[in-house]
Design a protein around this ligand. Structure first.
Ligand SMILES: [Zn+2]
Length: 517
């Protein structure tokens, strides 16, 4: 079997050649792997009177319906519904294939049986933590694990990480894509990498000690957690020299956060760090990265692996596919996966400017890139839109605005009720910690001003905290993901709001954001 990397010039083909190649791959993949062995897609194709022959090009994908999160959730009649999406090969069909017969003649039947077992039998899983109360498992075979390494190896390659460099991976240890994806990156590219397990496993202090000891050039982490680790290093007057690259994932990385992380690195003796933000999701079994850039420069977009899957951008209302350069919802179809397979999977994530095939302005690679801000559905949990004091507030946007506010370090928004009475008025408190150079009175005013002008919100209290108090408030080292928005409104028993809050709590304990790096 050729390794996936050699199948195609993944970073050099022009748009039309690549899309033509993807169409041929898609057809073969559906014909040989998905339709013979996927219960779910056998049903879907049959219902529409389609066969693999109807899908010969990328444009033909439009004949297929979308797969949504809801399709994967268990129902009372089918509690193990995700298993319908797992490819279960029929040994009789496989053994009649000429390629299999040929391999058996060359290497012996036992050898081929072992090979097919590795290719098709799931041995690994990660799961979603999204809005659904029940996590959705995604199964991997050895074939898919090789692809984890391939995809994350490309992140290391785009980051220009060299064999004599060291990485510290601070993603939280959990059966989530982020941790395992980056775990395999070092193994694939033969780079020394320590996976600390993040805050919950080692605390900020343990992660700091690991960085002090290993003197890594590359730090891999969720942005807010890394902020707390670096902030603590500043408080303790530690020197962390030689850091040159931050690989961030699991959450959005607004410009303000990039600036703050860059400034903190400079304070501990590592000026000129570059930052790479990644984007991925459980259902793709992949994450993609930007080129490394200096904080303050515009992000160049996420480099997609066109040889591994097709990303469509659709109009979320009509489902119509958008032309290059236009924003919409991100939809995923793999080209070479085993285990759990979803076709035309609607992520719910919105990308501001869609896909471009222009060469990357930073590295010149020719591959499609996702450009502009991405609003993740995993951020968009039960708290996405909340009516606070009669105003509908988009928390996704609220977080971005606060992250970008100069002088404001860490922060937390707290929703509560006056007198802790479920029937009383909504209250909103903002907890803040200024950055080193930030002045408390100025920040207090700035926070109030920006909340008022952008969201027509007047916070009841703006409360200043030390960095240490903020770490406790955000549950750094306790929760898997730092808590920047908390809903402390008391439940009204049996009411819709009470259920909303239960869902929000379930999401919080199940963090980090949808398991993406
Ligand atoms: Zn690039």
């Amino acid at each position: 079997m050729s390794t996936p990397r050699r199948k195609v010039q993944w970073q050099h083909l022009d748009r039309d050649s690549m899309i033509a190649w993807q169409g041929r791959c898609l057809h073969r993949y559906l014909k040989d792997c998905v339709l013979p062995f996927s219960l779910q897609y056998q049903r879907v194709f049959k219902e529409r009177g389609l066969t693999a022959n109807d899908i010969q090009t990328v444009a033909d994908l439009r004949k297929l319906p979308f797969t949504s999160k809801e399709d994967l959730l268990p129902t009372p009649e089918n509690p193990r519904r995700t298993l319908d999406f797992v490819l279960k090969p029929d040994p009789k069909i496989l053994s009649r294939r000429p390629s299999v017969i040929l391999r058996a003649l060359l290497h012996g039947r036992e050898h081929v049986r072992a090979e097919l077992d590795r290719e098709w039998r799931p041995t690994f899983m990660t799961s979603t933590t999204g809005r659904s109360t029940e996590p959705v498992p995604f199964l991997y075979t050895q074939h898919d694990i090789a692809h984890l390494a391939l995809g994350s190896g490309r992140i290391v390659e785009i980051g220009g990480v060299k064999p004599d460099e060291r990485m510290v991976n601070m993603f939280p240890f959990a059966p989530h894509l982020a941790f395992w994806y980056m775990y395999y990156s070092g193994i694939d590219r033969n780079i020394f990498a320590l996976a600390t397990g993040g805050g919950k496993v080692m605390g900020t202090e343990g992660n700091l000690r690991a960085v002090l000891k290993l003197k890594p050039q590359v730090l891999v982490a969720m942005p807010t957690f890394l902020y707390h680790v670096l902030q603590q290093a500043v408080e303790q007057n530690l020197r962390l020299e030689g850091i040159r690259l931050l690989v961030l994932g699991g959450d959005k990385v607004p410009d303000g956060t990039r600036r703050k992380l860059g400034a903190l690195c400079a304070q501990v003796g590592s000026p000129d760090v570059k930052i790479m933000a990644t984007y991925g999701f459980t259902e793709a079994k992949f994450a993609w990265t930007e080129c490394p850039i200096t904080p303050g420069t515009p992000p160049p977009g996420y480099h997609l692996y066109a040889d591994q899957g097709i990303i469509e951008i659709i109009n979320p209302e009509t489902g119509e596919v958008m032309p290059d350069g236009e924003g919409g919802e991100i939809v995923w179809t793999p080209l070479d996966q085993r285990g759990t397979v979803v076709l035309r999977y609607r992520t719910g994530d919105r990308c501001e400017h869609g896909i471009t095939w222009e060469p990357c302005p930073c590295c010149g690679r020719r591959m499609p890139r996702l450009v502009g801000k991405i609003s993740r559905v995993s951020d968009v949990h039960a708290l996405r839109f909340q009516k606070i004091k009669g105003t509908i507030v988009d928390f996704n946007e609220l977080e971005r605005v606060l992250d970008d506010l100069p002088g404001l370090g860490a922060w937390q928004i707290e929703l509560c009720k006056a007198h802790d009475d479920p029937l009383d008025l909504d209250e909103i408190n903002v907890h803040i910690t200024p950055t080193g150079e930030g002045n408390l009175t100025t920040i207090d005013h700035a926070v109030r001003a920006i909340l008022h002008s952008h969201f027509e919100l007047t916070p009841n209290q703006v409360v200043a905290h030390t960095a240490e108090e903020m770490r406790a408030l955000q549950k750094v080292g306790v929760a898997l993901k730092e808590q920047k928005v908390v809903d402390n409104r008391p439940k009204t028993n049996g009411s819709e709001r009470g259920r909303e809050r239960e869902r929000a709590d379930a999401v919080k304990t199940a963090a980090p954001a949808g398991a993406q790096p």
